[in-house]
Design a protein around this ligand. Structure first.
Ligand code: FMN
Length: 431
């Protein structure tokens, strides 16, 4: 395992691209249901030695109007297919603790870990959008309760993953013993939200536990990550904000008795690569020109938690109360609007382009410089790369930016191991 600290890279995979208008680019091949495209770009990321492919998810359609969220594959089903057409790259999918069952979640991710020979990761989310409840015959719990549920949910999942000793399935033909009854562990969990007896009906998986990623940036979100996660996915706009988040998270990690390096912080990062800075700016302007205010506004309103219909789009963002449901994301966008004196229209365009993540325009060297600045400046341990559209946006990044990171010794040139744990430099957890 390489001793030098290196950047981790995820490919944030969305069939219709990340820029809201990316799919309209003449060279874009768009389609969340286009498996051939998803396969090709996943393999492209693997050739570039990315740590993982990452799938976000939601359990509703349409309302926030981003083409990549109107329709998409169920993420674990997609990972199962990708597992068979890739060999080394990690496979991460989002699954909600508010709208799931720990037994299903433990079983599904363990299955993907087996199918992929140790490459599965679960992105733990608590689901912020209350409208999700309309599809699940229940009401939407409030913010802190969702995290209380998530804490217990994750413990149950981890417990279920330890149902069987690694060598429990002895398949002893001589004596007719398939699984050794002395090597099974009942969970017998009886908690505030869940009663789960166990054991899980699948052997312990190649990574022991699939990798845990957490996306949620509030205090309770950071505590859940600090206690349980291996990777944190976050949206950060500026170096200073990213550094503050990184510091806060790593100090919480230590409070839970873990080492700061046990958890990798990976902000989203939307690169727009040009041969010159001017060309990169023109590329983004070309995409932005296809974004209509009517499709950008719902994306902003969703994150701010208020209708802005009564305000002048060319005026400043008004001071509005922020609900606890949306606090961390809404605060970052409000800070961005104030810092850069953006009008509502400009802020909506920015959100439509990068959904609150950091957008970097420039030459390959300028983009590599920004990544190194965040990495060396302890604002990030890696990045979840968000091409504005596929496949060209990823091709530009893998062919032009990755080699610069490799020349600087900041990114691997070969996979050193074959599991996602290996790529992240994390040991396999004992039972
Ligand atoms: N929620 C989802 O349902 N699906 C997602 O794919 C998803 N991705 C997220 C990515 C980031 C970077 C962040 C910050 C949050 C994401 N969430 C997602 C929502 C969180 O799980 C959480 O519900 C929300 O951010 C509110 O929690 P917080 O106040 O701790 O941030």
């Amino acid at each position: 395992m390489s001793a030098k600290r290196q950047i981790h890279l995820g490919l944030f995979l969305q069939g219709a691209g990340h820029h809201v208008s990316g799919w309209r680019h003449p060279k874009a091949e768009a389609g969340s249901e286009n498996f051939d495209l998803l396969r090709r770009v996943s393999q492209m990321a693997e050739r570039a030695k990315f740590d993982m492919v990452f799938l976000a998810d939601g359990l509703t359609s349409g309302v926030d109007a981003h083409p990549s969220t109107i329709a998409r594959f169920e993420p674990l089903t997609l990972l199962a297919a990708l597992a068979l057409v890739t060999e080394k790259i990690g496979l991460a999918a989002t699954s909600s603790t508010t709208y799931g069952e720990p037994y299903h979640t433990a079983r599904s991710f363990s299955s993907i870990d087996h199918l992929s020979h140790g490459r599965a990761a679960w992105n733990i989310v608590t689901t912020s959008y209350a409208r999700t409840a309309n599809n699940f015959s229940k009401s939407h719990p409030e913010h802190d309760e969702r995290y209380a549920v998530a804490e217990e949910f994750v413990d149950v999942v981890r417990g279920l993953w330890d149902s069987w000793d690694d060598d429990a399935f002895i398949k002893d033909k001589q004596n007719g013993i398939y699984a050794d009854p002395n090597k099974v562990h009942m969970l017998d969990h009886a908690g505030k939200y869940y009663s789960v007896k166990g054991p899980l009906n699948i052997p312990r998986s190649p990574q022991g536990h699939p990798i845990l990623i957490q996306a949620g940036s509030s205090g309770p979100g950071q505590d859940l990550a600090a206690r349980t996660a291996d990777v944190v996915f976050t949206a950060q706009q500026s170096l200073a904000e990213a550094q503050a988040f990184y510091k806060s998270l790593k100090s919480r990690v230590e409070k839970f008795g873990r080492k700061p390096d046990d958890v990798a912080v990976m902000p989203g990062f939307l690169p727009v690569v040009g041969r010159t800075s001017k060309e990169a700016a023109e590329k983004l302007a070309e995409l932005d020109q296809w974004t209509e205010l009517k499709s950008a506004m719902p994306l902003l309103e969703e994150r701010i938690g208020h209708s802005l219909a009564d305000y002048d789009p060319d005026g400043p963002l008004p001071d509005l109360p922020i609900s606890d449901q949306l606090r961390s994301r809404a605060e970052l966008l409000t800070a961005l609007a104030r810092r850069e004196s953006l009008t509502i229209r400009q802020l909506a365009l920015r959100v439509a382009a990068g959904r609150g993540h950091h957008i970097v325009l420039g030459t390959p060297v300028e983009i590599a410089d920004r990544m190194q600045e965040w990495f060396d400046g302890r604002a990030a341990d890696g990045f979840n790369v968000m091409p504005p559209f596929f496949p060209e946006g990823l091709e530009d990044f893998t062919q032009l930016v990755v080699p610069i990171l490799q020349e600087r010794g900041l990114f691997r040139t070969e996979y050193e191991g074959s599991t996602l744990r290996d790529h992240l430099g994390l040991a396999r957890p004992p039972l």
